[in-house]
Ligand binder design. Sequence first.
Ligand SMILES: [Mn+2]
Length: 326
Amino acid sequence: MKLISEMINKFKQAFSAMQNAKNILLVTHNKPDGDALSSICAFIELFSVMEKKFTAYCYDEPYPQFGFLPHLEKIVSNREKINFSEFDCIISLDCGAPSRTMLKEELINRNKNQIAIEFDHHPKIEDYADIEIRIPESSSTAEIIYKFLTVNKIRFNKNFANCILTGILTDTGNFLYPSTTNETIEIASKMLVYGARFPVITENTYKNKTLSGMKIWGKAINNLKINKKYNFAYSVLTLNDLSESGATVDELEGISGLLSNLHGVNALMLLREEFPGKIKGSLRTANNNIDVSKLAIRLGGGGHPRASGFAFDGHIEETNNGWRII
Ligand SMILES: [Mn+2]
């Protein structure tokens, strides 16, 4: 396991802060994906083993497809149930930006005796944590948690294993995205030894498409075009595409990953109007010499060099010579 000593120290510091804490708040990002939920469930497992008092919070209710994760039912989504000042330790997981906790104000204005610990693999956006554990080269936050548990000599069990493998599989598109390293696969393999159930995870996270979901994926493939000058592929999903397919916004997850299988292009962009007047964009590349996050940042977003996103106000309209954004 490659880790610099600074990171090992942070892992130890974070663990001792957790040991000293009286009441811990765990929080992951809104619209939680597999990595977000796996990360929070892994910590619920840890604090159950350690017999710590904690509350796990996520602004949006977890999607039922993740019901196979241990402790998922313990995640609270009712903001009223959270009295922020009660906690002496706040742990944010996989959030990218503090705003995605949906508790940004509270986090930024926390009391001096409230320690904030951040675990994340997204590039840094804002400084707010007392202990910032950020490894942008990691495939997933789950992979970072594996290292945290290992450094602190926590005994792995089936629950940890299922959480960590789920985070890795969902954030790497089952090992297909370029964020997958030999270490990622090594960790995944260890998780199988500890009892993670690979088929259960893929059945629930990957092989779970509905007819409307398949149709919207088909639309995105159908709308795919290539700009020959820049060898740049792009596709759009209009409001109309979404309503015709009957797909929900959640079912759009993973489309850009699918489109990025297109061979031989420099990069790919997917624009989708999920709500009237609100456009979301994702950028992907398989080319190590291209950093799509630079373009995403120019467009007000951010992300990783190989996978980033942005959002802006506008409306996608189909014209005789392609699409237009107004
Ligand atoms: Mn993640």
